[in-house]
Design a protein around this ligand. Sequence first.
Ligand SMILES: NC(=O)c1ccc[n+]([C@@H]2O[C@H](COP(=O)([O-])OP(=O)(O)OC[C@H]3O[C@@H](n4cnc5c(N)ncnc54)[C@H](O)[C@@H]3O)[C@@H](O)[C@H]2O)c1
Ligand SMILES: O=P(O)(O)OC[C@@H](O)[C@@H](O)[C@H](O)[C@H](O)CO
Length: 389
Amino acid sequence: MIAVHFGAGNIGRGFIGMLLNKAGYDVCFVDVNKDLVSEINSRNEYTVLFADEGKETFQIRGVRAIDGQDLDEVAREIAHADIVTTAVGPNILKFIAPAIAKGIQQRVKSQKQPLNIIACENTIGGSTQLKAYVYDLLDESVKKQVESMIGFPDAAVDRIVPLQKNEDPLLVMVEPFFEWVIDQSKIIGSIPAIEGATYVNDLTPFIERKLFTVNTGHAVTAYVGYQYGFQTIEQAITNESIYRITKGALQETGNLLVRKYGFDPQQHEEYSAKILKRFLNPFLSDDVTRVGRSPIRKLSPNDRLVSPAMQALNHGIVPTHLGSGIAAAFVFDHPNDPEAMEIQESIKENGLTKTITRYTGIPDDHELFRIVTKQLDWIKKSRNDFYNH
Ligand SMILES: NC(=O)c1ccc[n+]([C@@H]2O[C@H](COP(=O)([O-])OP(=O)(O)OC[C@H]3O[C@@H](n4cnc5c(N)ncnc54)[C@H](O)[C@@H]3O)[C@@H](O)[C@H]2O)c1
Ligand SMILES: O=P(O)(O)OC[C@@H](O)[C@@H](O)[C@H](O)[C@H](O)CO
């Protein structure tokens, strides 16, 4: 069985590649980082280290990699694969679509075996987005055949994997916890037997619960933490004021999710508490700049901050703490983050009001706009108080 996985990065090696390998797949990574590709091919194995007291290690053996820029080779692999997965980042999905489209076109000509392509990205409907990019590139003549042979089930993935600072370039340190939930209703053919993956018939509650709890909490901690000068998530969440803001944001999203999906309030509170504990993991050193990376993506209307805040207001919940997270994202001026720099440029050129509306889609006469600007004043003041103490 062959698994083609796009993105041999942190989640690729430390989570999806590991589970596929354990499930018996011959894992072929596809990556544009040539050094990474050649390192994988020179050793054909790597180590996953659990970030906890036990520091358990796992050897992932028999893996290989190919260059993502070699469209012909990637297409050849896809034509014969038993599963395709991705962990490249939501903004990269459009760039991997040409190789997938080429592989699918070859495949439907030569065999009838169904294939499922699962995007494991932090976005709602990642596989559906990828499907749209791929379909844009398919010949009309094969689309009908592809519809019955190639599935694009959406998925929610959860495992914190920080940026790696190890001597061994392939070693990846991960938190022990993981969750991989896949939309079974969109699978074509038999369900892939992957130990640790959960199949559900309706993914929406699972992806919203994950994105609006883990990632919302993470983003609020990162953006407010950055303002206070903290380097890691653990340092930031240990600060009483940041803990209170993040917990407040999780209460807002929690109230929303409980009302929207009928989750048991007690169970949801336990879920949120467990997540806050994961942020406190002293064995993970997770930079606030990694967690806050790509603020334009994170501020977009369907992502972890604005979507739950808008939905909360529609359910009669006032999203003050989510408003703090959104506000802090507009003062996230990390020089190495091109999206952060673009936002700062926009503020300089067009002013704050236009910039907020441009990136979040929140009209300037909306209640959420008022909350965000009020929280921005508060963040600036509390940051000054923090530094003057
Ligand atoms: N790190 C986490 O804690 C975590 C957890 C859950 C989900 N995710 C999601 O997983 C995805 C990947 O995140 P990550 O932390 O592993 O990032 P990463 O940067 O460690 O890995 C991404 C990899 O994709 C490769 N890549 C970039 N463009 C490519 C292309 N065109 N073709 C093939 N490979 C390409 C990069 O070279 C890199 O090796 C993101 O969507 C992220 O939101 C991350
Ligand atoms: O990967 P991003 O940029 O969407 O979000 C940053 C983190 O919140 C994220 O990577 C988490 O660590 C992960 O989603 C945990 O499952």
